[in-house]
Design a protein around this ligand. Structure first.
Ligand code: IVH
Length: 699
């Protein structure tokens, strides 16, 4: 689909679009869409991103803005239309045009030789071409394109009936919303394939889930099939699913059209679809004329199965010629012209010897199973994360159990289940600790969370991470004291906790590499400066669970001294904007703890600002108190962040979008849809930059 020349042109087009609005809206919209589709293809199909995330967001936002201005130019296949609004209802049941069959399995050279013999008998010829491609381990789907546009996406279901999950399928950016099928006279086509998840994406996703206190998903296959059936399409989009399409089950041509010659063989068909932008296995397909070569390739490929970004559990061998396939036919279960060659399972059994409990960065306690060393897929596994207590209970694991362990490629190993039938009565219950293994403070578990946590701010394991967060750019912004130095200082006993930042024994740094006089002076200055940071940064820097930058601002605005919170209960916190019960409970817990109060006390003694900007006077009483602002367009008189700070310093707040809650919209040059929307609402005061400055000055 993209020649080298196309790629160069599109890359430059992206750069150009990012710089300015060029041409008419219609032209620009078309160019933006082309660039976004190309970027999606590079990222999801080629696995080789060209645009950075922020560049991608830049072009996407431009397209969105332009389409908001010109709703008449929005088309169903615009990349912005992948994102669905609202939740899906239940998924309706639909029937497949052609039943979705399964595959027969082979496990070794003999099986394959037998299968080849049967093929030659059925085809009544020795002249057979075999196409070999990976067998992807995901969730089967069927897609229908009508007149070049994706019209339906369905799960496999029982093979005859599946669930219509079109809305979710549209979130998967590897799958084209439209393609130039009509150019080949293809009126309707049903394409089969697999929804898969990148091994790296899967691992990262699970890490995130565990960090949020949720249970991890078992493996990429379950993650893919589970995600397809989620009712919230935005959640589906977030999961970054991918897809590989490997089979055309049915097609019809436009009237009078001749069948394109590519549709004569499987290999050429998938190549054609690939060239039209579909994610087919084209780059990983091979054609052989002799089964011995197929076998050789299968063995060779098994050795490098981990090189693919997705989990593969084997190869699929297909008779290449469609006429020959038709002649050979299918059983009710599988086609006779295709077979799976399954790789050796990467499961093994071992004995669960012990469970250790580790404290993570956020205080979450992770149980880790220690198992007797076992060899799976080229590595020796001795410990396996059990993630949280629920996983242990759901799987009914006991110490002494024989367990089935699976390790899928680069994916971290996990315990599938205990083999309960092998128990001899000597198994012991796994006792989850009630106190932190590192600092012995009592563990806590929020009602909706899977993780037990140590919330002691002085817990040694967490301290380093806490300090790193405290000094970070968005918190107290102590330049020169980055993660590496914090760790170094911690290891050298120079820095042990957050208040310790203000009490560093500088003599200990003398003569240390990288710490000349100048850098020490700079560091001292940065530390000194941080004492004057506004209260919201301090609150954010304390690393209270669920308190991000925005909540920290809300909290800072609600009190004149951080210590006022010592007497607040959850109900009172929950009256604040955007503070739900979960956040409220977490904040109450934090301020109730004596060790956290001690930290605040020490910070006070060090001279760190604990008051909000208007000492003793709540920002809620500021001149712009209760007023909401939003900036849009290119500002030429001041930086947006400075202007926002001005508003906040005077007690006003910044909104994320135009709504009935907005009081003032400050417009710079080239203001777009926000201005239009504000005008339409009619309740928003629209200010130029000068008018804004006057207002702030006057206030
Ligand atoms: S062809 C009628 N090709 O494996 C032909 N299937 O275990 C149908 N699968 O149901 C399938 N990779 O969901 C084919 N390259 C591939 C495949 C593949 C994975 C799945 C498919 C099938 C299952 C059978």
């Amino acid at each position: 689909m993209y020649t080298a020349l196309d790629e160069k042109r599109l890359y430059e087009q992206a750069k150009h679009l990012l710089k300015q609005d060029a041409g008419t809206a219609g032209d620009t919209i078309a160019q933006l869409r082309e660039v976004i589709n190309y970027a999606d293809w590079k990222y999801y199909v080629q696995n080789d991103p060209t645009l950075s995330d922020s560049e991608y967001d830049g072009v996407y936002k431009q397209l969105k803005n332009l389409e908001e201005k010109h709703p008449e130019l929005v088309t169903e296949d615009s990349p912005t239309q992948r994102v669905a609004k609202g939740l899906s209802e239940r998924f309706p049941t639909v029937s497949h045009l052609v039943p979705m069959l399964s595959l027969d399995n082979t496990y070794n050279a003999d099986d394959l030789t037998d299968w080849d013999r049967r093929c030659r008998e059925l085809a009544e010829t020795d002249d057979i071409e075999y196409c070999v491609e990976p067998k992807y381990d995901g969730a089967g789907i069927s897609l229908i394109y009508d007149d070049g546009a994706l019209s339906r996406g369905a799960t496999r279901g029982d093979g005859v009936m599946g669930e219509d999950v079109t809305t979710n399928i549209r979130q998967i950016r590897a799958i084209p919303l439209s393609a130039a099928l009509l150019k080949y006279g293809i009126k309707q086509i049903e394409i089969r394939g697999e929804i898969v998840i990148h091994k790296k994406v899967f691992d990262a996703f699970n890490k995130q889930r565990v960090a949020e206190g949720l249970s991890p998903l078992a493996n990429p296959r379950n993650a893919a099939s589970g995600t397809l059936r989620i009712l919230d399409p935005t959640e589906v989009r977030k999961r970054g699913l991918n897809s590989i399409l490997y089979h055309v089950s049915n097609y019809t041509l436009t009237e009078g059209a001749e069948r394109p010659k590519e549709l004569g063989t499987h290999y050429d068909t998938l190549k054609l679809l690939y060239s039209l932008g579909f994610p087919t296995p084209a780059p990983d397909m091979k054609v052989f004329k002799h089964v011995d070569d197929v076998i050789k390739y299968c063995h060779e490929f098994e050795g490098r199965r981990d090189d693919l970004p997705f989990e593969v559990d084997g190869l699929v061998i297909k008779v290449n010629d469609f006429a020959m396939q038709d002649k050979m036919g299918s059983t009710s279960h599988h086609p006779r012209w295709a077979v799976a060659y399954k790789f050796k399972a990467r499961q093994a059994t071992s004995k669960l010897v012990d469970v250790e409990f580790q404290v993570g960065r956020t205080g979450a306690i992770t149980p880790v199973a220690k198992i007797e060393p076992v060899h799976i897929g080229g590595v020796t596994v001795t410990s396996v994360s059990l993630f949280n207590e629920d996983v242990i209970r759901e799987k009914d694991l006991h110490i002494g159990d024989t367990v089935l362990v699976e390790r899928a490629g680069d994916v971290i190993p996990y315990i599938v289940k205990p083999l309960a039938e092998l128990r001899d009565g000597n198994e012991r219950e796994i006792k989850f600790p009630t106190h932190c293994p590192a600092c012995e403070s009592q563990l806590e578990r929020q009602p909706e969370e899977a993780a037990w946590r140590c919330i002691n701010i002085n817990c040694p394991v967490q301290l380093v991470e806490h300090i790193i967060h405290y000094v970070s750019k968005d918190a107290m912004d102590i330049r020169g004291l980055g993660a590496a130095n914090v760790q170094k200082f911690y290891d050298l006993d120079i820095l042990k906790d957050i208040p310790g930042i203000y009490d560093i024994d500088w003599s200990k740094l003398k003569g240390m590499e990288g710490f000349g006089e100048k850098s020490i002076t700079n560091l001292q200055q940065a530390i000194e400066q941080s004492k004057k940071q506004p209260l919201n940064r301090l609150i954010f820097g304390l690393g209270i669970r669920f308190v991000g930058e925005t909540t920290a601002k809300t909290l800072a605005n609600a009190a004149s001294d951080i210590r006022e919170f010592y007497t607040w209960d959850a109900g009172r916190f929950a009256t604040l904007e955007d503070v739900g019960p979960k956040v409220a409970t977490s904040v109450v817990d934090f301020f109730a703890r004596q060790e956290n109060r001690d930290v605040i006390q020490k910070l006070d003694e060090a001279g760190v600002n604990l008051l909000n900007e208007h000492k003793g006077q709540s920002a809620a009483d500021g001149e712009l108190a209760g007023k909401t602002f939003l900036f849009t367009g290119t500002l030429s008189h001041f930086k947006r962040s400075d202007a926002e700070k001005m508003v906040e310093d005077k007690g006003g707040s910044i909104l994320g979008g135009v709504s009935a809650k907005l009081n003032y919209l400050v417009v710079g040059e080239d203001a777009g849809s926000k201005l239009d929307k504000a005008k339409k609402l009619g309740t928003v005061n629209i200010l130029t930059e000068q008018e804004f400055l006057k207002l702030v000055d006057g206030a």
